[in-house]
Each structure stands twice: as structure tokens, then as C-alpha cells.
Design a binder for this molecule. Structure first.
Ligand code: AMP
Length: 249
């Protein structure tokens, strides 16, 4: 079973982002970038399936600027076999990414696509779903467990009422949630080895995809700062404040 894993380069989750003065977006000057954390989980799951003899090849794909290669190299160091950079300076929005991935799925013929449930920069949570729709494949989102079968996979999803188990026929698209696994760190020897693994570069036009953005960002703003809290001395004072100051009871 060949597995395709899309990985996005995003602002590192430990960075406190700043909004640009003109409100046009987030300031990315000198900001540390990393692989989207959910995509690390997706890569880890694919590598575990390969280690268990259930997967034959892992292809990782990223759409973005040349620096997105860093995320691909990290995925290769974690254990992916091959990488494809879809090189573009345009801001690639979820529908464009889904179309790019559809073109690559048509070419690569994987049995399973394991994507992150969302990219932590735009929080769109759309790409996996759109890809499944474009392919006409079954999809299972926010999975926290994956058990491979012969022609299908059994997955677990965390939902409001508990855990939902679904059998999903392959080929399929799944998107992963936080509790699926704990991704490994790439070791130095594996980082060195990853430098020699194949990384192919293509342009969106080579795949017949127009990546022109369809959504326009009108304004990006910092969340309002919270005012300082008050320590109350007893329950009576708390009730009084809730009633007469916050006016919520
Ligand atoms: P989103 O729909 O943007 O929240 O992203 C969901 C998932 O789609 C991510 O976790 C990645 O697996 C994949 N994805 C989104 N954007 C890209 C991109 N530019 N390149 C590769 N994969 C992406």
C-alpha cells in the first residue's frame, strides 16, 4: 500500500505571532517555521504502518515556496521515502491544495492519503475533505486510531458522545487528530540520510492546476486584550459581582 502524506510549512506552534501594522496578515519576518504539528502525526502514522509491513512506500507532498522543502526534509528524516515540492509563490488556499493533491493522487495512485486535520496557521480544516470529494473517495476525519485491514481500514474518531468506529474502504482519505500518536524526533543520522532521499519539484501548472486565490483576506487583527481579574474574598462577594457588575445572573 502506497501512502501519500501532505505536509504544510507553518509558523512554529511555539511562536507568538504578531499582526502586521497594516492589518494585512501575520508578520512572518524572521519567524521560526516548522512542519504543521498535525502533519507530523500523519507522517508518524504512515511510518509506523511501513514499519509494521502494512505500507510499501510513503510519498510526502508540500505546496508552497522553496523553503517548504524544510518540512519535506523533516518528513524524510522521520522515515518517508520520497518527496514532491509543488513550488509556487502564490498563497495556496485549501481548494488549490486539494486540486494539486488530486492531480498527484491520479499520478501516484496511493491507496491512502493521511493528512492533518487542520493547518495551524489558517485553521481552515478543509483540504482533506475537499480532496476526498474531488476524488470521490471515502473520508474519515479527526481520527485517533487506525487499524489496517486487507481492503479497508478501521478507524476511531473522537466525537461528542464518545468514540465512533468506522470501517473505511480503500482507497480513502483520512485526517488525523492529536491523540493518534506521538511523533518521533528525527535523529541526526536520519537527518543526514534524508538529504540523499529523492525530492522532486514541480509547478502547479505542470499538474494543470490554477492556484489563483479565491478568498480575499479583508483584515487580520489581534484579539482584544483581557482586562485584569479581581480576587473576591468570599462566595457572597462573587455572587454580588456576577449579579451587579458582570450582570450574568
Ligand atoms: P487546512 O485545510 O488548510 O486546515 O489543512 C489541512 C491539511 O491539509 C494539513 O494538515 C495538511 O496535511 C494539508 N495541507 C494544507 N495546506 C497544504 C500545503 N500547502 N501543502 C501540503 N499540504 C497541505
Amino acid at each position: 500500500m502506497k501512502i501519500l502524506v501532505p505536509v504544510k510549512r507553518v509558523v512554529d506552534p511555539n511562536v507568538k505571532v504578531r499582526v502586521k501594522a497594516d492589518g494585512s496578515g501575520v508578520d512572518l519576518t524572521s519567524v521560526k517555521m516548522s512542519m504543521n504539528p498535525f502533519d507530523e502525526i500523519a507522517v508518524e502514522e504512515a511510518v509506523r504502518l511501513k514499519e509494521a509491513g502494512k505500507a510499501t512506500e510513503i510519498v510526502v507532498v508540500s505546496a508552497g515556496i522553496a523553503a517548504a522543502q524544510d518540512a519535506l526534509r523533516t518528513a524524510l528524516a522521520m522515515g518517508a521515502d520520497r518527496a514532491i515540492l509543488v513550488d509556487t509563490d502564490a498563497e495556496v488556499q485549501p481548494l488549490a491544495v486539494a486540486k494539486i493533491l488530486k492531480a498527484l493522487v491520479d499520478k501516484e495512485q496511493p491507496k491512502l492519503v493521511i493528512a492533518g486535520k487542520q493547518a495551524i496557521d489558517d485553521d481552515s480544516n478543509q483540504t482533506g475533505q475537499m480532496l476526498a470529494a474531488l476524488l470521490g473517495w471515502p473520508q474519515a476525519t479527526f481520527i485517533s486510531k487506525l487499524v489496517p485491514g486487507a481492503d479497508d481500514i478501521t478507524i476511531t474518531r473522537e466525537i461528542d458522545g464518545g468514540l465512533e468506529q468506522l470501517a473505511v474502504k480503500l482507497p480513502a482519505v483520512v485526517t488525523v487528530d492529536l491523540r493518534l500518536n506521538e511523533p518521533r524526533y528525527a535523529t541526526l543520522p536520519n537527518i543526514m540520510k534524508a538529504k540523499k532521499k529523492p525530492l522532486e519539484t514541480v509547478k502547479p501548472a505542470d499538474l494543470g492546476v490554477d492556484v489563483t486565490p479565491r478568498l480575499t483576506i479583508l483584515k487580520v487583527a489581534e484579539p482584544p486584550t483581557r482586562s485584569a481579574g479581581v480576587i473576591v474574598s468570599d462566595v457572597a462577594q462573587l455572587v454580588d459581582k456576577l449579579k451587579n457588575v458582570a450582570k450574568v445572573i
